[in-house]
Design a protein around this ligand. Structure first.
Ligand SMILES: Nc1nc2c(ncn2[C@@H]2O[C@H](COP(=O)(O)OP(=O)(O)O)[C@@H](O)[C@H]2O)c(=O)[nH]1
Ligand SMILES: [Mg+2]
Length: 321
């Protein structure tokens, strides 16, 4: 039994666990499944043309050129060694190999690294419009229902309306937000962490403005924010989550590479997977950026955020196959 059949057996028993993934990946699934099915109808037997078309399909799904090349090479080896000739048989192997490619030899860590001694500080970075504030609202809501005392810090002092937006989330979710009418984001961060320590908050979620246009400025700004954080809590931030928008495809990958050069990122939040047919980007991030995806955004509503789970993701992509 292939890996995919195993996921199927597990998740069909507990369908509610995968609903969000199924819904959020619908666009990608439709596109992927119809193309893979067309391919195996067109080529009953596997040949070079088959592989070439498969490569195109995977690249179009934003899996990334290098990743696809490595992947198809591996597939060819398996086809040879297992003497697979029928293209219908290959579908299962493709799913297995995609899974193996993501997991590799690594221990995949998609958990938040919690501070056991004082507030856990999570810094959110990423360019304008990717979904930082929305993600903070969603995570705040989850943490609150887990019984955690959550504080938001409005350190996006740059964008007009940014403070109002996070205040709305704070009201909606019922968690406190620290704001300050200043230009310098680190000044708000300073106040926020001061309060977090004095009032024993469990988790502090810090919203920032991501101005990647000016890398030096952004680098200085993030360095200053990090310094201020460390004056309050030495080993913080415990997480620096880079938010990227799945609908921007390879551009999102480029952003991740740039941010990685200027600051230490511990995880990626990939938003708007529901809005793209190119959900293969999850696989490219792992291969090309080398930072684990920790959360995925699967819609605009407060409950549309899930800790990333490769098994649920693969199931959501291929369940109709
Ligand atoms: N469909 C969809 N929309 C999202 C998701 N996450 C964020 N958005 C939308 O993206 C837009 C920008 O989000 P915002 O949080 O303001 O981005 P920020 O500038 O990075 O803080 C908003 O309209 C959000 O509702 C998601 O997972 N799916
Ligand atoms: Mg924002």
């Amino acid at each position: 039994m292939g890996l995919f059949d195993k996921f199927k057996t597990i998740f069909q028993k507990e369908p509610e666990k995968v609903t969000k993934y199924e819904e959020g990946l619908e666009k990608t699934r439709k596109e992927f499944i119809s193309q893979l099915s067309n391919l195996s109808n067109k080529y009953k037997f596997i040949n070079d043309d088959y592989f070439e078309e498969l490569e195109n399909i995977l690249i179009m799904a934003d899996i990334g050129v290098n990743t696809v090349m490595n992947f198809v090479d591996k597939l060819k080896l398996r086809v040879k060694s297992e003497k697979i000739t029928d293209s219908k048989m290959l579908k299962d192997v493709i799913i297995d190999e995609l899974f193996i490619m993501y997991v590799g030899n690594d221990v995949i860590n998609s958990k938040i690294n919690y501070n056991t001694n004082g507030p856990t500080v999570v810094l959110f970075i990423g360019v304008n419009g990717v979904g930082k504030t929305t993600t903070i609202g969603k995570i705040a809501s989850k943490l609150k229902s887990d019984g955690k005392k959550v504080l938001l810090v409005a350190a996006d002092t740059f964008r007009a309306g940014a403070i109002e937006q996070i205040e709305e989330w704070s009201e909606r979710v019922g968690v406190r937000v620290i704001t300050k009418n200043v230009k310098d984001p680190s000044s708000v961060v300073y106040d926020g962490l001061d309060i977090a320590k004095k009032e024993n908050y469990d988790v502090v979620l810090i919203d920032t403005a991501g101005r990647l246009q000016n890398k030096v400025n952004l680098m200085n700004e993030l360095a200053k924010i990090n310094k201020v954080i460390k004056t309050h809590i030495e080993d913080a931030p415990h997480e620096t989550l880079l938010v990227i928008d799945a609908t921007t495809g390879q551009n999102g990958i480029a952003q991740a590479k740039s941010f990685k050069e200027i600051t230490n990122i511990t995880g990626i939040v990939l938003t708007k997977l529901d809005g793209t047919a190119k959900g293969g980007i999850v696989l490219a991030i792992k291969e090309e950026v080398g930072i684990p995806v920790k959360f995925v955004g699967l819609g605009e509503k407060v409950e549309d955020l899930e800790p990333f789970d490769i098994e649920k993701y693969i199931y959501g992509l291929f369940k109709d196959l």
